[in-house]
Design a protein around this ligand. Structure first.
Ligand code: GDP
Ligand code: GDP
Length: 435
């Protein structure tokens, strides 16, 4: 299920990052620590009640040498393009400013749900100042104090109310995929090559409230949707070159996809920024394909491909399940392999295995390679269940999860992969104590 995206906007110093930290709080979920991937302050997972969402602090995305007005215009634009719900923060310690009005007008035009948070209302004495902000025409202001943690629950309630019910909206038989990578690796070229001429483009859906522009098409009876080609088509906007923005765009595109194509420039090789992109794809738990583009530019001998493959495996160890494809978008070479592969990894990420076969595989695995003592005990696995798909997630009921050594977990994961064929999808194994 897609998590909703919530963005915080507002002029400098109103308390955006304070509120961001309050909302994210202890709930920042760090799935795994991936070397080379630095976690951005501007983007985090959050949850409230049963809803999970992603929170963006647009204040963290800065344009070099820009005026305050240009800065905030860009930030509001990003919020409008990326978010399902926008939190507009103003300061209750000051009256309405020109910049507040400017942002309010931009947001009004967007038709996105907006929560107006009047911050720095630290005690009742300031409470009345929130009424001034009705003049922004955004609706009822909510009094909050980021630094004292007041009113944050009200904002969270409001977010949960306003987030779209994405499950109902999703069309069952459409495979949604995105093409991500640093600038200039060939994402646009690849999109065009995939869409080609023989694909029937079903629709060019201009921004419903949620998505930017997605392209739906059909090939060999399968419906697909390329997520987030908007950023590629509308190239040339000043902020396209802001690195944090391109990272953010990749993150939101990944969130909206079933399958992610991580594109590397085969001619330039792997650079730091690629690791960031790949790490984010992995963490989202989506099916992943590694695409090495511009292979036409590479001087090749019989070992070149293997060398590149080794390097990718070495640099992206955590993506060992992702198939690698070498293509040239420009010369349209091997691009036709991508859709069948997308179909396959999609199917793998949606695979459900039967409980009895699953348990047979795990019994065999333990017979072949029994557990050893770790943390003062030996792990016994009583039985296992697959609890979800996307990614396939298994719960092992055991005598004590503490006894599970990570290398044994790795071993079990490999056994499951051998038995069921989960190419292209991460799988999660959760260990529980049997009550
Ligand atoms: P941003 O630039 O919008 O991200 O604002 P910050 O979160 O960095 O906050 C700007 C300043 O306002 C900092 O000095 C914060 O300590 C202060 N601040 C943030 N929230 C509150 C609040 O609820 N009450 C008061 N009195 N100060 C706050
Ligand atoms: P994006 O920024 O990732 O969307 O990259 P573009 O699709 O705009 O491509 C960047 C540049 O690389 C353009 O000049 C493309 O013509 C070129 N390019 C893209 N794919 C290939 C390829 O497979 N081979 C070669 N030689 N050039 C390519």
């Amino acid at each position: 299920m897609r998590k909703g995206i919530v963005a915080i906007v507002g002029r400098a110093n109103v308390g955006k990052s304070t509120i961001f930290n309050r909302i994210v709080g202890e709930r920042v979920s760090i799935v795994e620590d991936i070397p080379g991937v630095t976690r951005d302050r501007i983007y985090a997972n959050a949850s409230w009640l049963t809803r999970e969402f992603r929170l963006i602090d647009t204040g963290g995305i800065e344009l070099a040498n820009a005026s305050f007005t240009e800065q905030i215009k860009m930030q509001a634009q990003i919020a409008i393009e990326e978010a399902d719900v926008i939190i507009f923060v103003v300061s209750g310690r000051e009256s309405v400013t020109r910049e507040d009005e400017f942002v309010a007008r931009m947001l009004q035009k967007s038709n996105k749900p907006i929560i107006l948070a009047v911050n720095k209302i630290d005690d009742q004495a300031f409470k009345d100042s929130i009424y001034d902000f009705y003049s922004l025409g955004i609706g009822d202001p909510i009094a909050v104090s980021g630094s004292h943690g007041i009113g944050i629950g009200d904002i969270l309630d409001e977010i949960v109310q306003l987030l779209p019910q994405v499950e109902e909206e999703k069309e069952e038989d459409v495979i949604r995929f995105s093409i991500i990578g640093r600038p200039n690796v060939g994402k646009s070229s690849l999109t065009n090559a995939i869409l080609g001429e023989d694909r029937v483009i079903v629709s060019d859906v201009e921004g419903t409230t949620r998505d930017a522009i997605d392209t739906a098409f059909e090939k060999d009876g399968q419906k697909y949707c390329v997520v987030d080609t908007a950023g590629m088509r509308k190239k040339g906007k000043i902020y396209e070159s802001v690195e944090k923005y391109s990272i953010l765009r990749a993150l939101t595109a990944v969130e909206k996809s079933d399958v992610v194509l991580v594109v590397i420039d085969g001619d330039r090789g792997i650079i730091e920024q690629d690791k960031h992109v790949a790490g984010n794809a992995h963490e989202a738990g989506k099916a992943v394909i590694l695409v090495v583009n511009k292979w036409d530019l590479v001087a090749k001998d019989s070992k070149t491909m293997q060398k590149m493959e080794n390097e990718l495996r070495e640099q992206f160890k955590y993506l060992d399940y992702a198939p690698i494809v070498f293509v040239s978008a420009k010369e349209n070479k091997r691009v036709d392999l991508l859709l069948p592969m997308i179909q396959e990894v999609y199917a793998n990420s949606h695979k459900r295995v039967s409980t009895s076969v699953l348990n047979d595989v795990l019994i065999d695995a333990q017979t072949m390679n029994p557990t050893t003592t770790f943390n003062g005990g030996r792990l016994k696995i009583y039985y296992a269940n697959q609890v979800s798909i996307c990614p396939p997630t298994f719960v092992l009921f055991t005598n004590d999860p503490q006894y599970l050594h990570f290398s044994y977990k790795r071993y079990l994961e490999n056994r499951l992969r051998d038995a069921f064929g989960f190419e292209g999808t991460p799988i999660h194994i959760i260990c529980r104590k049997r009550d």
